[in-house]
Write a protein that binds this ligand. Structure first.
Ligand code: NAD
Length: 282
């Protein structure tokens, strides 16, 4: 039976380390602050935004949420972002995705000052990751790397398979695993023989968005299984991309949903915001 990698526990150690850094900033008159922009009424987005704001407050950080109507025009949203870019009291800017269809995601993300792009989605930060240089790393894959390191499994030379190639999870995840010298395979909806590829993974990361997509035959005995998926079932409960009960029989380590990658994503957002404030404070 697999051992659990608790996102809550790893996140708690991240927060412990952040507390001192936040106090040090405050002693210098700087309160690290995050501004989140939410466009429209997406219920899942509202929950995410609330959780982020709540965590900022809990840590003694500044937080504000700008709520905009679904019909907001792209240029108005970009104008608000520019004002936040120029506001020295704002260290991190996050635009909650998804955006309404009439707004171009890239145009909005690229309007954020890369030094305030705590989500790590700006083309500059994505490029810095790609070229192995320092910059803001996307929070979800960054959190996954922290979880992998917490369980002490050797990463160098490990066969890592990522299912999913999105810009926010799959692609940056693959780059971060590569940075740690894993041999990385990225699978997606057109991949042939997916089961066979997954069954050879020492580290299997599922970021598909399909409930219980990863079954027992896709898990190598002794593997580390990281479940990024957050899927809501018809009964309202949350479920990952991995069939937890089946996979836990074969894996050495596994993350739960909820309580796995989710809490780590928020922890990394807080860490990135503190880092942004430290840079701004010199
Ligand atoms: P996405 O829809 O952008 O990407 C899904 C990926 O899965 C695509 O690249 C696609 O090629 C791949 N895919 C789809 N069907 C497939 C199939 N049959 N076989 C192989 N690959 C297939 O989703 P995303 O934004 O990357 O998110 C993925 C999941 O992670 C979602 O459940 C999302 O809610 C969750 N998520 C969780 C967190 C967190 O903090 N825990 C953060 C971001 C996303």
């Amino acid at each position: 039976m697999a051992q659990l990698i608790s996102g809550k526990e790893v996140a708690a150690s991240v927060y412990e380390a952040l507390t001192g850094r936040i106090q040090a900033l405050k002693a210098r008159g700087v309160t690290p602050s995050l501004t989140v922009i939410l466009v429209g009424e997406n219920p899942a987005s509202q929950v995410y935004v609330r959780n982020k704001a709540r965590m900022c407050k809990k840590l003694g950080m500044g937080s504000s949420v700008i709520r905009l109507d679904e019909s907001t025009r792209e240029e108005n949203l970009i104008q608000i972002i520019r004002q936040l870019n120029d506001d020295a009291s704002v260290h991190g800017i996050l635009v909650q995705m998804p955006l309404p269809r009439h707004i171009r995601e890239f145009a909005v993300l690229d309007a954020i000052d890369p030094k305030k792009d705590v989500d790590g989605f700006h083309a500059v930060n994505a490029g810095l990751l790609m070229s192995g240089r320092e910059g803001f790393r996307a929070c979800t894959p960054k959190g996954v790397m922290r979880m992998l390191k917490s369980c002490g499994v050797p990463l160098a030379g490990a066969n890592a398979v990522v299912i999913g190639r999105s810009n926010i999870v799959g692609k940056p995840m693959a780059m971060m695993l590569l940075e740690e010298n894993c041999t990385v395979t990225v699978c997606h909806s057109r991949t042939r023989e997916l089961e066979k590829i997954c069954a050879e993974a020492d580290i299997l990361v599922a970021a598909v968005g399909r409930p219980r997509f990863v079954t027992a035959q896709m898990v190598k005995p002794g593997a580390v299984v990281i479940d990024v998926g957050i899927n809501r079932l018809p009964d309202g409960s949350l479920c990952g991309d991995v069939d937890f009960d089946q996979a836990a029989e074969k894996a050495a380590w596994i993350t739960p949903v909820p309580g796995g990658v989710g809490p780590m994503t928020i922890a990394m957002l807080m860490e990135n915001t503190v880092e942004a404030a430290e840079h701004a404070a010199g």
